[in-house]
Design a protein around this ligand. Structure first.
Ligand SMILES: *[C@@H]1O[C@H](CO)[C@@H](O)[C@H](O)[C@H]1NC(C)=O
Length: 389
C-alpha cells in the first residue's frame, strides 16, 4: 500500500474556485492504494461507485478539484468585475478583484460568410488548424496571461499575485472563461457565446484541452498534438519511457516549464498513487456532453502515440455511459511536421465544426488511428462501463 498525504492548505472548499456547494468537499488526505491501471472514473474518492447519471456533477466537480490540487493549481472563480469593449477587431477585457485590476485583449477575425452572431474558435496563439470561413477566429495570446517561462508572470498573476499556485495551463484556462464572459457582455463582438470552440497545438494542445475541460461554456475543443496531459495518460507514458522510448512524462514535465503547479512535482515519482489520470480530463466533456475531437500524430514518438490512444479509449468510456460516444472523436495520423494538418484529418475536423459550432446534423462518430500497435484495453482498464439510471 502506498498512501499520499496531502497538504491541508488546499482542502477548504471555498479556496477552490470551482467548487459546487452541494457536493461533498474533497478530503484533506486521500488514501489511494497505488494502482498501475487507470483509476475508475465512476468511483468517487469517498463513496460508492456511481449508479445514477445525476451523481455525475459532484464526481465531475471532484475530478476538477483533484486536477487542481495535484497538478494544475487553483483556478479562481469569476472575479467580482468583468467589463469588455470592442474597438476595431480587438476585444478588450478588464477584470477586477480585491482592489486590483488588469486588462487584456484578444483579436477577433469575423468570417466572410454566414450571419452574425457568428460561432468562433478561440485559438491559443493562433490556429494551426484550418478554420472555415463560416467561423470566426479569436486569437488568444495565452502566454501574455501566463508566461511560458517565468513562473508567476503574466496578466493572471498581476491580478492574483505572483505567488498564486496556479500553473500556466489553468491560469490560461481562467482567461478563456473571461473571454466567454466578455463575449456574453459585448454584442458588438458579433459572436454567439453559446457556439465557441477552443484549439491549440503542442503545449497549447494541452492548454486548450484543459480550458475546454474546465469551462463548461466551451461547446467544442480541438486539441492538436498535445500528447501527454491532453490525449495521453501519465501512467502509460511512464511505461513507454521505462520501455526505452523517450516521451514526455510527469517527471519530465515539471522540470523547467511553468505549465503546472509546483505541487505537481511532489507526486511525479509516484504516478500510480495518483487517484486520477488524464482519461478523467476527457471525461469532463461527457455530461452534459460537449464536443471533443483529439487530433494526434502517430509519427512523433515523443507525443506518446500508444498512450494517447489507450488513454482516450478509457476516457471515452464515460461518454459511453452517458450514451454520447459520438461527442468524443479521436483521430491519429502520421506526418512528420509537428502541428501541420494533413488533409486525411480534414473530414473529421469539418464534421465536428459543423455539428458543434454550425448546428448541422453531421455525423461525428470518429475513432481512428494509423498506428500499428496491438490494442490492449485490459492492460490499462480494469473497470466496466456502468448502466447509469
Ligand atoms: C512495454 O513493453 C512490454 C513488453 O514488450 C509491452 O507488453 C508493453 O505493451 C509496453 N508498454 C507500452 C506502454 O508500450
Amino acid at each position: 500500500m502506498f498512501h499520499l498525504l496531502l497538504p491541508s492548505l488546499l482542502i477548504v472548499g471555498s479556496a477552490l474556485g470551482q467548487s459546487t456547494p452541494a457536493c461533498p468537499s474533497l478530503p484533506g488526505a486521500i488514501n489511494y492504494a497505488a494502482n498501475p491501471k487507470l483509476p475508475d472514473p465512476f468511483l468517487p474518492i469517498s463513496g460508492a461507485r456511481l449508479t445514477k447519471k445525476d451523481e455525475w456533477p459532484c464526481r465531475k466537480e471532484e475530478i476538477r478539484q483533484l486536477f487542481q490540487r495535484y497538478s494544475y493549481g487553483i483556478m479562481p472563480p469569476k472575479p467580482s468585475s468583468v467589463t469588455a469593449s470592442m474597438s476595431g477587431n480587438s476585444l478588450r477585457i478588464t477584470v477586477s478583484e480585491g482592489g486590483k485590476s488588469m486588462s487584456f485583449s484578444v483579436s477577433v477575425r469575423l468570417p466572410t460568410s454566414g450571419s452574425a452572431p457568428y460561432p468562433a474558435i478561440i485559438a491559443y496563439g493562433g490556429s494551426s488548424l484550418p478554420i472555415p470561413n463560416t467561423v470566426a477566429t479569436i486569437t488568444y495570446q495565452n502566454f501574455e496571461m501566463a508566461a511560458d517561462n517565468g513562473r508567476g508572470q503574466g496578466k493572471f498573476y498581476e491580478l492574483y499575485g505572483s505567488n498564486h499556485n496556479a500553473g500556466g495551463m489553468i491560469a490560461a484556462a481562467w482567461g478563456v472563461d473571461r473571454i466567454i464572459d466578455a463575449l456574453e457582455l459585448t454584442p458588438a463582438a458579433k459572436i454567439d457565446p453559446k457556439r465557441v470552440g477552443v484549439t491549440g497545438c503542442s503545449r497549447n494542445g494541452k492548454g486548450s484541452m484543459i480550458a475546454g475541460a474546465f469551462v463548461d461554456r466551451i461547446a467544442l475543443a480541438l486539441p492538436q498534438e498535445g500528447g501527454q496531459a491532453a490525449a495521453g495518460c501519465w501512467r502509460i507514458a511512464d511505461e513507454i519511457q521505462n520501455n526505452g522510448t523517450k516521451v514526455e512524462t510527469a517527471r519530465q514535465i515539471v522540470t523547467g516549464d511553468t505549465w503546472f503547479s509546483t505541487d505537481f512535482s511532489k507526486y511525479v515519482n509516484a504516478v500510480p498513487s495518483l487517484p486520477w489520470d488524464n482519461h478523467m480530463l476527457h471525461a469532463l466533456y461527457a455530461y452534459p456532453a460537449r464536443g471533443l475531437l483529439i487530433i494526434e500524430n502517430t509519427a512523433i514518438d515523443y507525443l506518446g502515440p500508444t498512450s494517447n490512444y489507450h488513454c482516450a479509449t478509457a476516457g471515452r468510456k464515460v461518454h459511453e455511459a452517458f450514451g454520447v460516444k459520438d461527442y468524443f472523436g479521436f483521430s491519429q495520423y502520421s506526418h512528420y511536421d509537428h502541428c501541420g494538418f494533413p488533409s486525411a484529418q480534414q473530414p473529421e475536423l469539418t464534421a465536428f465544426i459543423e455539428r458543434f459550432l454550425l448546428a448541422k446534423d453531421t455525423k461525428t462518430d470518429v475513432w481512428k488511428t494509423d498506428g500499428k500497435w496491438p490494442i490492449d484495453e485490459k492492460r490499462w482498464i480494469d473497470w466496466t462501463v456502468p448502466a447509469l439510471s
